[in-house]
Design a protein around this ligand. Sequence first.
Ligand SMILES: Nc1nc2c(ncn2[C@@H]2O[C@H](COP(=O)(O)OP(=O)(O)OP(=O)(O)O)[C@@H](O)[C@H]2O)c(=O)[nH]1
Ligand SMILES: [Mg+2]
Length: 229
Amino acid sequence: MADIKIPVVRNILQANDRLAAENRRKFEQAGIYVINLMSSPGAGKTSLLERTIEALAGRVRIAVIEGDIQSSYDAERIQSKGVQAVQINTDGGCHLDGNMIQIALESLDLAAVDFLIIENVGNLVCPAEFNLGEHDKVMILSVTEGDDKPLKYPLMFQTSSVLLVNKIDLLPYTNCDVSKIRERARQLNGNQQVFEISCRTGEGFDAWLGWIESKLSENGKLGAGKSPR
Ligand SMILES: Nc1nc2c(ncn2[C@@H]2O[C@H](COP(=O)(O)OP(=O)(O)OP(=O)(O)O)[C@@H](O)[C@H]2O)c(=O)[nH]1
Ligand SMILES: [Mg+2]
């Protein structure tokens, strides 16, 4: 049985990688910089998006793909900020995959987008296994989840370019040791940038926005936006 199961899993991931590569080609053709935002449920993904959108308003054209098991609640939160948003409902699926993104892209005006953020389904495990065609994976860990998470859920830490340690305003009420998170994450991924933030107070946002701005500049996306086609 083991001989049968292993190739099946590999085929699923290979098929997904093909679709992710097609998505990536579409992003390159349209000149869009893309991040895949991942975390466990409630760590603060949509809150991060709301503040980030507000901070970049008028400087870069943002679109968001929202992934949730059910509801369009997060897409409505994003749309109220005045950016294009598409909601994917996975109907029980615990992660987004390349095919879902391909379908969601049909609902976006890609010529009017410089920066696409994909909010993955809240889950610290499966989203890290499925590439979507993004340029960078960004993960959030909130301090209320505990400093042991890099030990238990290593893949997301290993694959993410950035780790945002969120809800630092709540640190006095937890026994979380952020230096342990930093050290454990560093052992998994020495290239990962770590920023301590609070989506509630805005603390630490300058450094996070600095990282995003440097990525957008590298990709020629910061400034007046793309010229009309
Ligand atoms: N105290 C505090 N609360 C926060 C912070 N960031 C987010 N929250 C709260 O945490 C809760 C969840 O935030 P969301 O942004 O909806 O989290 P999410 O990761 O998008 O959740 P899912 O999409 O359900 O996985 C909300 O009640 C937020 O107000 C923070 O920095 N500090
Ligand atoms: Mg959300």
